[in-house]
Ligand binder design. Sequence first.
Ligand SMILES: Cc1cc2nc3c(=O)[nH]c(=O)nc-3n(C[C@H](O)[C@H](O)[C@H](O)COP(=O)(O)O)c2cc1C
Length: 374
Amino acid sequence: MADLSTTFTGIRFENPFLLSSAPPTESDSNIMRAFDAGWGGVVTKTIGLHPVVNVKGPKTKFLRADNSGYRLSMNKRAESTLIASWNWELISDKPLDWWIGKLSRIKKAYPNKILVASIMAGSGNDKELSNWQTLTKACQDEGADALELNFSCPHMDRVDMGSNVGKDKVLCSVVTQAVKEVSKIPVWVKLTPATADIVEEAGASFRGGADAISSSNTFPSLPVIDPNTLEFEMNVEGYVSPGGLGGPAILPLSLAKMSQMTKAFPDKEFSGIGGIATFDHALCYFLLGCGTVQVCTAAMLDQAIGPNVVKGLIAGMTEFMERRGFKSLEDFRGMRRDRIVAHSQIKRPEQFDYRGGYEAAEEHEGYAAAGLKS
Ligand SMILES: Cc1cc2nc3c(=O)[nH]c(=O)nc-3n(C[C@H](O)[C@H](O)[C@H](O)COP(=O)(O)O)c2cc1C
């Protein structure tokens, strides 16, 4: 039998498959069902200290395309294929006190499973930074194996929270550092994909002491408009607010973000998220250098916690490793990271010389050509 176990940020996982922070991990009963189903770890639904009230009506819907034709709609129907999830759900609406006691009970009941606590506070002043430390201490005292800092929730009005932290390099460093001051367990940072160059925010988080980066959270997006009613397919009394896209549609987008980071920081650790439903999808992240992967949308659609999804992931990885003769994830992790190169480095037809849009340089003896790398 192939050995699926792996060590990530110093923690041993029986397999590299985790449920991400989202509805599948919103309660102790879900988390325990998930462990029974075979997930190697879970990241809890994000726990905070500020008040949370979700919208009136559904918080998540699923966008599907007709199998014949181009119609895209969130209306559930036969003969259609899942394209994405769309949500505007906030972090856990259960207070920290609700989680205390439950986290330790979960960990005691499942000592070999990995429990990562996702946390979020503000970042605008010292009191908010101390809230991060309160959450950190509370979760680690409960026995959490690691923390994941939510710098990526796309639905926050507060400019010092969620993806607004992940869009600000200084805040990424400052908050990570504040957490690291009191944490005794590894600290993962979950970044937003909604920035121009995620390498910048990843670098800032690592400078603050992050042990790993998780990516991606959902991508900012809107529901489609129904051509008959002229209403957004998801709205409350006609109004909508930008939400987050997850599921199959974001797999290629998230891979691009991940590859930027794994290439820039080949010696750092990464947890891949976005559009994973099968081992083939997870494999893309592993080949780019990720040491674990996380799943949300596919699990939500499979009995809320993904028993069949995780079975498929485990079977797929086992079959892949046995077929290829790999002993562990380390044998193939990062194998395709260096295949992503600048456009001008992709081969052209023999008779042409392409210089990435630069003019052929005038030669000056003894000097490097302008605009070309040496
Ligand atoms: C309904 C819903 C709620 C979510 N809540 C959180 C959250 O509280 N904290 C967080 O870090 N990510 C949250 N996410 C993002 C997911 O953890 C994940 O990053 C994203 O959905 C991409 O993965 P997927 O393509 O497998 O869905 C949420 C996603 C959904 C769909």
